[in-house]
Design a protein around this ligand. Structure first.
Ligand code: NAP
Length: 305
């Protein structure tokens, strides 16, 4: 029987593990892919306090190693089902069923898809959800970024460093991104905004060759010749596993109080998967710390340790 099982090894999960293990809880952290989560694909992070610049991958590794140093056990397995409503909770993975007194849900979020017919088939062949991972394949090429938020702005700026032209396709005529990033985008001669527009079709048989664009105000259809399209239209929470088991908001994010408690005793949530105003590595880490400590408090108050 574990004191705490943390599901997801991004900054929220790793920080929860640091706090739980440091408090001498028997801590198991389960990650299905790679530790670091979404930040592992960030080539450079310069807004984590106290660290001038670091790759997301390195920061992720540092966090999980720190958790292990305090005694947390980290494993790579996929969680398939959860039983959360009793005092002893069960976590069923691809390998076995683990028992625990508390669970901290840190499964994060994944990129939202446009939902176009060719999108899945051409993913990895010109369609990408990660400019920092795939951008280098498009050196001196024309590409498009879809979206108007901070991610789209950062992607367009990143791609403008080595691509020939970067079209920024946004469904409105103003950016949602912060003023700072929007100004950098609008001042960049390589970035060409395509306002009030949506992608209607991704064209290509083997590789992306172009996009069919519709102006949402005039219904006019146009064509852009591009070799790559980077989709940056926000994220969706990875909360399928807990649908109907813990309370979610209408967007599918887990509802918690300020101590990261869900509506189920002994079940906590931290990071991008929960309803919150700012999804950043620093806020995920903060959530993880609170959740780790809240789990310890729950165990003590219920005489489980
Ligand atoms: P976001 O802020 O939710 O923006 C998503 C963008 O995609 C919006 O412009 C939205 O249009 C558009 N969009 C959504 N669905 C669409 C669809 N089906 N078709 C076309 N366009 C669609 O997402 P994000 O940019 O990934 O940012 C997520 C969070 O991370 C935010 O809190 C952001 O501030 C934060 N972030 C911060 C930084 C940073 O501080 N450096 C960097 C990256 C992300 P509308 O504007 O019309 O809604």
């Amino acid at each position: 029987m574990h004191d705490v099982i943390i599901i997801g090894g991004g900054p929220a999960g790793a920080t929860a593990a640091i706090y739980a293990a440091r408090a001498k809880l028997d801590t198991l952290i389960i990650e299905k892919a790679y530790f670091g989560g979404q930040m592992a694909i960030a080539t450079q992070m310069d807004n984590y306090p106290g660290i001038d610049s670091i790759s997301g991958n390195e920061l992720g590794e540092n966090m999980i190693n720190q958790a292990k140093k305090f005694g947390a056990v980290a494993i790579n397995e996929e969680v398939l089902d959860l039983e959360l409503d009793k005092a002893v909770k069960k976590v069923k993975t691809s390998e076995k069923v683990y028992e625990t007194r508390t669970v901290i849900l840190c499964m994060g979020a994944s990129p939202r898809k446009l939902g176009l017919p060719n999108e899945e088939m051409l993913t990895g062949s010109g369609v990408s959800y990660c400019a920092t991972c795939d951008g280098a394949f498009f050196r001196d090429k024309d590409v498009a970024v879809v979206g108007g938020g901070d991610t789209a702005a950062e992607d367009a700026l990143y791609l403008s460093r080595f691509c020939n032209k970067v079209y920024l396709i946004h469904r409105r005529d103003t950016m949602r991104a912060s003023k700072f990033l929007s100004n950098l985008v609008l001042e960049n001669p390589k970035i060409i905004p395509v306002w009030d527009s949506v992608v209607q079709e991704i064209i290509g048989d083997i590789m992306v060759t172009g996009l069919r664009i519709r102006n949402v105000k005039t219904d006019e259809i146009s064509h852009l010749d591009v070799n790559g399209v980077f989709i940056a239209i926000g994220n969706i929470p990875n909360s399928e596993l807990v649908k109907g088991k813990v309370e979610l908001n209408e967007g599918g994010y887990i509802k918690t109080d300020e101590n990261m408690k869900t509506n189920i005793p002994g079940v906590f949530a931290a990071g991008d998967i929960r309803e919150k105003p700012l999804r950043q590595v620093v806020t995920a880490a903060s959530d993880g710390a609170v959740a780790g400590q809240a789990a310890e408090k729950y165990l003590t108050e219920n005489n489980f340790m």
